[in-house]
Design a protein around this ligand. Structure first.
Ligand code: MN
Length: 229
C-alpha cells in the first residue's frame, strides 16, 4: 500500500512593515458591533458583556496592493475598515496586561462582507460563515511592529473609495478597547502567535463595485491599498 501524499500546505502570510520577513497567519478573529454608531446603522445594539465574535479562515488574507476579486453569490459586497491586531504569543484567560504583551503589531484591514447573505442569516438566526468567511475577504496592510507604533489608543481610522471618504472614526470610540477584546476572546479560544484580530468597524459601511479603488489608513501604520476586480 502506498501512503497518501498531500502537497505541503503553504501558510498564509502578511507583510511586516520595514522588514523582509513575513508574519505567518494562524487564525483570523473578528468582533462585531464594536462602535456604537455602526451598531445603530445596522439596527443592532452593543452588549458589553456579550461581544459578537466570528472567524474568517487564515487564508482569506489578501496583501496590500493586491486585486480583490468581487466574490460570487452576492450583489451587496460591503467594506468595513478596521484596526487589526497581530499576535506574537497567546494563551487562555488572559488579563488585559497579558493580552497587551501578546501583541506583535497593528495593521489596517477590511472585513469584507456579503451584506445580503448576512441579512438573510440574521433573519433566520443562522451562522454568518458565508457572509464573512469567503475567499479574499480579509485584505490587510503591512503589519507595523509595536516597537515602531506603540499601542495606539486613539487616532482616526479612515477608508477612502475612489478618493472619496466613506468611513472615518477615532478608535478611542471603540466599545471594547483592544486589550479587552483579546481578554474576552481568550476566554473562548486559546490565542496563538500568528492570530489576527479585526477590532470592529465604525459607521459608514456601504457597497463596493468592481473597479473601486480603496485606501485604508491609520496614523503611524502602513496604508492598505487595492482594487475590487
Ligand atoms: Mn467587521
Amino acid at each position: 500500500m502506498s501512503e497518501l501524499v498531500f502537497p505541503a500546505p503553504t501558510p498564509p502570510t502578511v507583510a511586516i512593515h520595514g522588514s523582509a520577513l513575513r508574519f505567518p497567519v494562524h487564525r483570523i478573529y473578528c468582533i462585531g458591533r464594536n462602535y456604537e454608531e455602526h451598531a445603530r446603522e445596522m439596527n443592532a445594539t452593543v452588549a458589553l458583556d456579550a461581544p459578537v465574535f466570528f472567524l474568517k479562515p487564515g487564508d482569506a488574507v489578501v496583501g496590500d496592493g493586491a486585486d480583490v476579486p468581487y466574490p460570487s453569490a452576492t450583489g451587496d459586497l460591503h467594506h468595513e475598515v478596521e484596526l487589526v491586531v497581530a499576535l506574537r504569543s497567546g494563551g487562555r484567560d488572559l488579563d488585559e496586561q497579558a493580552a497587551r504583551a501578546a501583541i506583535y503589531g497593528y495593521a489596517v484591514g477590511l472585513d469584507l462582507t456579503r451584506r445580503d447573505l448576512q441579512a438573510k442569516a440574521k433573519a433566520k438566526g443562522l451562522p454568518w460563515d458565508t457572509a464573512k468567511g469567503f475567499d479574499a475577504s480579509a485584505p490587510i496592510g503591512a503589519i507595523t511592529p509595536v516597537a515602531q507604533c506603540g499601542h495606539p489608543a486613539a487616532g482616526e481610522l479612515r477608508l477612502q473609495i475612489n478618493g472619496e471618504q466613506r468611513q472615518c472614526a477615532d478608535i478611542a470610540s471603540m466599545v471594547l478597547p483592544v486589550a479587552a477584546i483579546l481578554a474576552s476572546l481568550s476566554t473562548l479560544f486559546e490565542l496563538r502567535a500568528g492570530d489576527l484580530v479585526f477590532t470592529g468597524t465604525p459607521a459608514g459601511v456601504a457597497a463596493l463595485q468592481r473597479g473601486d479603488a480603496f485606501v485604508a489608513s491609520f496614523p503611524g501604520l502602513a496604508e492598505l491599498r487595492g482594487h475590487i476586480v
